[in-house]
Design a protein around this ligand. Structure first.
Ligand code: 13P
Ligand code: SF4
Length: 304
């Protein structure tokens, strides 16, 4: 089959299976094109929670499909590449988090959705990059544990009036970004605005004109009159930024801004998932119950 035939077959099978195809903003261009909905972690979780389709095909990484399975327990959730994980999510375990909780009794646990269901089940509330500050502000607590991203944790800590304890996890893709790369891009493009994802290290965020989630970047680029933007997140976001703003320029400050896991899903693996109705992502009921409590509590809080 050539690419056009594969796309036609994906569309036909998605209709036949009554499937919703969700794609994260970092997915390959052709996956974003064929998806019913593209979005950030929060937006896609909300779509999964409210869909009336029978099947959700999640083009993203494992924790996202897991969240969809938790929020839509009566649906079949497929992850075309089961090996698409998130190294940051793997940096914390339920046991590790229990030990941290024991060191800080009374602190409220706020866990980034980039985490396993077992870790979410140990948490009081979840957050994403688009609601993290509001989530923490909404808590009637003086002390919080921010897990697992130390960079997002640092960003939250600067915006809230609470004692924050950070787990030492990070995203290897955002962590690679260097201050010198941003400075060079800003020197070469003095008229550009630098927008950065809160997974970037604090010294990078200090240089940012705007800090937001991936979907927040579409909104910022669309509504801001500036014509040039330096983009501090994974390169997959450039596709729609350029498509939706043909008169604006988007500059990637580093060639290392690629998440290998986000690039695993291809048209071929998406087609195979729909043909075989696998790999299916499921979560044991006892873990799902605790994780859903933390996710539902998060969904009640508005975006930052
Ligand atoms: P958002 O799309 O929620 O901003 O998250 C970025 C990310 O790293 C997902 O893995
Ligand atoms: Fe995980 Fe970073 Fe990839 Fe997002 S970009 S899936 S946080 S490794």
């Amino acid at each position: 089959m050539n690419q056009e035939e594969i796309k036609a077959e994906i569309r036909r099978l998605a209709r036949e299976r009554n499937a919703l195809i969700l794609a994260h903003n970092y997915q390959r261009d052709e996956i974003q094109d064929i998806a019913d909905i593209t979005g950030d972690s929060l937006g896609l979780s909300m779509e999964a929670a409210r869909t009336d389709r029978d099947v959700i095909v999640f083009c993203g990484v494992h924790f996202m499909a897991e969240s969809a399975a938790i929020l839509a327990p009566d649906k079949i959730v497929l992850l075309p590449r089961p090996d698409a994980g998130c190294p940051m999510a793997d940096m914390v375990t339920a046991e590790g988090l229990r030990a941290m909780k024991a060191r800080h009794p009374g602190a409220v646990v706020v866990t980034y959705v980039n985490s396993s269901a077992a870790v979410k089940a140990e948490s009081d509330i979840c957050c994403t990059s688009s609601n993290a500050v509001n989530v923490v502000r909404s808590l009637d607590a003086e002390e919080v544990l921010l897990v697992p991203d130390r960079n997002l944790g640092h960003y939250i800590a600067r915006h809230v009036d609470k004692v924050c304890h950070l787990w030492e996890g990070y995203c290897p893709t955002h962590e690679r970004l260097k201050v010198e790369e941003i400075q060079q891009a800003l020197t070469e493009h003095p008229d550009a605005l630098f927008m950065a994802h809160p997974e970037c290290p604090p010294e990078i965020l200090e240089l940012a004109h705007h800090i937001c989630s991936t979907s927040g970047m579409y909104e910022f680029a669309r509504s801001n009159p500036a014509r040039k933007f330096i983009v501090g997140t994974e390169m997959g976001i450039l596709y729609r930024l350029r498509k939706e703003n043909p008169d604006k320029e988007f500059i990637l400050p580093s060639a290392t801004l690629i998440c290998p896991n986000m690039k695993l899903t291809s048209l071929e693996s998406l087609l195979r998932a729909l043909q075989t109705m696998s790999p299916e992502i499921t979560v044991p009921a006892d873990v799902a119950e605790g994780a859903k409590r933390a996710l539902d509590r998060m969904l009640a809080v508005p975006r930052d």
